[in-house]
Design a protein around this ligand. Structure first.
Ligand code: RP5
Length: 164
């Protein structure tokens, strides 16, 4: 993690979400973006969730990544309370039926309160998207461009091995 003040906040409903949400932290480390990481539960710590949501932008946070599973209300409720963009990560958790419950709870937001929802358990993509939002705002796109080059190169290397 870099020493710069974090502009990205990663939150999740439970410590049981951390094995998935760690992917967001890992890709931000790779890309060189600072982040903070915390547990904020919509259902078990509603007042903490309200305080977090109302204050995040005053602390210099510019994008929030919120992961939750089952009755996954955290991303949507945070989005209802903050002016910042919220990226939602649906997690297949112990109280999920099959993961669709988490997806739909985060995806099907009412008009006026968007949550940018990534695929099930796709915290890595949430981290990349958060970095892209920060990069687009600052115009400093080099680390994203380099990342895409590395992605491309990795496929070319695999193709060399597989092609016959
Ligand atoms: C959700 O309930 C959390 O985001 C987590 O995915 C799920 C289960 O939480 P625990 O019972 O493991 O704390 O609110």
């Amino acid at each position: 993690m870099t020493n710069a003040a974090p502009k990205i906040s990663i939150i999740m409903g439970s410590d049981s979400d951390l094995p998935i949400m760690q992917d967001a932290a890992d890709v931000l480390d790779e890309l060189g973006y600072a982040y903070e990481l915390d547990i904020v539960s919509a259902h078990r710590t509603p007042e903490r969730m309200m305080a977090f949501s109302q204050q995040a932008h005053t602390r210099g946070i510019r994008v929030i990544i919120a992961g939750a599973g089952g009755a996954a209300h955290l991303p949507g409720m945070v989005a209802s309370l903050t002016p910042l963009p919220v990226i939602g990560v649906p997690i297949k958790s112990r109280n999920s039926i099959d993961g669709w419950d988490s997806i739909l709870s985060i995806l099907q937001m009412p008009n006026g309160v968007p949550v940018a929802t990534v695929a099930l358990n796709a915290a890595r993509n949430a981290g990349i998207l958060a970095a892209q939002i920060i990069a687009a705002g600052s115009g400093e796109l080099r680390s994203i461009i380099d990342y895409k080059k590395r992605l491309e190169q990795a496929v070319i290397e695999k193709a060399k091995k597989v092609k016959r």
